[in-house]
Design a protein around this ligand. Structure first.
Ligand code: TXA
Ligand code: MG
Length: 324
């Protein structure tokens, strides 16, 4: 990798934008996790994303754009989608919409689907970089396939440092969970991946809660990337743990008594803080001398739903296919 640059520096943004336009790979900070970006209209560039991540399969990728106008150039918005865009963009919110064929997106980005996942990030300097790029930027999380998503520039450098052209340091991610993903058509909103824009918040805008994929997903996964073992540390993980063995590293939520290593998700049992710290604490616990990881119970409401979703994936058996 050539350089690590401050993401809020306009010169660095311009250099990164130029690298993207030339088919390069640029990692950049967002409010959720770091993304590994490439020009979404350039198949060779997008192929390099898969190569760098060592991803075993082609999953569709999220296209990042600087504003709603740029989103309209690649996706078809129903009035319902317009409402959600107005409410939650810029922000940690991704909509899967019918794609506009004339936008020239690489089939590698959409994995041959006739829909496209679009996000306008809340992170200001991410949007500045995207505006300068002038092309939609396809970006999965900037981690090697099967590893925990990166929430600092140092995590990215550790995992992918020698495989990317440029790393923009946007600071630590403030949300720490990947964006909420919904599929939106004329009259239905389906929650494909929970995140910090919660079902309750969506219901507040559209008047009813989003449909859950389980309600209509029997066989084919709706979001192909949502397979079980997704955010996998190397050590075995035990969830909802209320007592701990000496050889366990504990991810704590609220007060804890443990003689071994403790990595607080939140000492004050705050769900927002726990979401922000989730991937960094998983990573730290995985790197510790403990043999196993135990996670204290997280309440299943609001943001807790998304945190428990990620933890369940982290704890899934390792023989499940690693996708991300
Ligand atoms: O917060 C985020 O969303 C981060 C940052 C970098 O923006 N990105 C991210 O991307 O998490 P990735 O590639 O790790 O996850 C993208 C998810 C996958 O589960 C994929 O299957 C789903 O989006 N997806 C993308 N396009 C889709 C489509 N057309 N239909 C259904 N699911 C789609
Ligand atoms: Mg990912």
């Amino acid at each position: 990798m050539d350089r690590i640059d401050a993401q809020n520096d306009p010169k660095a943004q311009e250099a990164a934008a130029k690298a993207v336009r030339k088919g390069g790979l640029v990692a950049f900070g967002t409010e959720t996790v770091y993304g590994l970006g490439a020009d979404a209209t350039n198949s060779q560039a997008v192929a390099r994303i898969y190569e760098a991540k060592g991803r075993p399969r082609f999953n569709p990728l999220i296209c990042h754009v600087p504003n709603v106008e740029a989103a309209h150039a690649i996706g078809v918005f129903s009035p319902l989608a317009e409402e959600l865009a107005a409410a939650f963009w810029p922000g940690p919110f991704t909509m899967v919409l019918p794609k506009r064929p004339e936008a020239g997106l690489s089939d590698l980005v959409t994995a041959g689907l006739d829909t496209v996942a679009i996000r306008v990030p809340g992170h200001e300097s991410a949007r500045a970089f995207l505006a300068k790029a002038g092309t939609p930027v396809a970006a999965p999380s900037a981690n090697p396939s099967g590893k925990v998503s990166p929430t600092t520039a140092a995590h990215v450098a550790e995992g992918l440092g020698n495989k990317i052209d440029m790393l923009l340091d946007g600071g630590p991610c403030t949300h720490g969970l990947e964006s909420t993903i919904v599929a939106v058509d004329e009259n239905t909103v389906t929650l494909l991946r929970p995140g910090s824009i919660t079902g309750e918040m969506i219901a507040g805008i559209i008047g009813s809660p989003p449909v859950h994929p389980e309600e209509h997903k029997q066989d084919a996964p709706v979001a192909p990337g949502m397979l079980k073992s997704h955010y996998a540390p190397d050590k075995p993980i035990r969830l909802n743990a209320t007592s701990f063995a000496d050889d366990e590293a504990v991810l704590s939520f609220g007060p804890v008594h443990h003689s071994g290593p403790v990595y607080p998700l939140s000492t004050s049992a705050d769900l927002t803080e726990a979401a922000t710290n989730l991937f960094a604490t998983l990573r730290a616990a995985d790197a510790s001398t403990a043999h196993r990881i135990a996670v204290m119970p997280i309440p299943e409401d609001g943001l807790g739903y998304a945190i428990n979703d990620r933890l369940a994936r982290a704890a899934a058996p390792k023989d499940a296919v690693h996708e991300q």
